[in-house]
Ligand binder design. Sequence first.
Ligand SMILES: *Cc1c(COP(=O)(O)O)cnc(C)c1O
Length: 371
Amino acid sequence: MNINLLDDNPYLLLTPGPLSTSKRVKAAMLKDWCTWDRDYNDLVQEIRARLVALATDRTEDYSSVLMQGSGTFCVESVIGSAIGADGKLLVMVNGAYGNRIAQMAGVLGIDTVVLDSGEVALPDLQKLEMTLQADPAISHVAMVHCETTTGILNPIAEAGRIAKKHGKIYIVDAMSSFGGVPLDVADIGIDFLISSANKCIQGVPGFGFVIALRERLEECKGRARSLSLDLYDQWHHMETNGGKWRYTSPTHIVRAFYEALCELQEEGGVAARYERYSRNQSALVTGMRSIGFRTLLPDDLQSPIITSFYYPDDPSFTFVDFYQQLKSRGFVIYPGKISLADTFRIGNIGEVHEEDMRRLIAAIGHVASAV
Ligand SMILES: *Cc1c(COP(=O)(O)O)cnc(C)c1O
């Protein structure tokens, strides 16, 4: 395939990471950067400081670590570095990403309790409270913020209150929400928050980041079960070497991410981005309902990030056909990821606006009446 640098993308990605990025973000990748040069490392330090400032007003107590790989690598670095040999993890699960945390803990040989509330229900906070009361060996509680499997938005503040009341360390996978849904890690009592470059900050994929209490990061020293995913070592190296990564850093992606952070600021910060995403999601659902589609979740459980829709009643409907026809009209959507019903998903984050949602609805109206 020939790549013409001046061509627009052939389609809009309505998938929650990788997502559609701006030309400015992509253009930042057209230069090569040296990994030990001062300019590059200063940029890394600036990014780290900006991430902390996005996460809390109490910036002096928190720090951030960037980690090579996709978001999962970052989650695994936290699970494998934050929990000591005699620690015990409680994971609240209502989808694939919560399950993935439990799976990691299994691979790492960490004693784990799973509280699974099924695919379309909020976590059971009463059960959380009771379990923490009954099992004092639990040292860490983990929860996914926006469970991208369905689009459900989990109550991280309420769960955080319970975890803190019992003196537990609180880990939040805010992969698909950080930068797009306002929060303050200090107010909620989050010890470790994890996200990645290619979600609501609207960068390209290749690294993730952790925002954590400095005190907690210090405690991770010597605990990691992996060399390359050692969160403490990665943090300590960045702290003491002025922004230098251990091992090769994804230079182009980091440079693009900086541009994405500037765009977020220019848009008006997280609050403004949240407003845009909410408008997108609302236009999407209103439009889809007007042409006969039903959402998997009731509106009060729904995040402004990604929405699951049931297949239409039409017995001839196939996702593959639907997907292909939409792709040829300039929109790429996501298959469903749950077992209890046939669904597909549409994301509305990235360089995507209300007008795009209206064009999408027109295309779906056309395609769905033809399938
Ligand atoms: C995207 C995502 C991840 C990480 O997935 P990767 O494919 O490793 O980037 C983790 N948790 C949630 C909730 C996500 O949406």
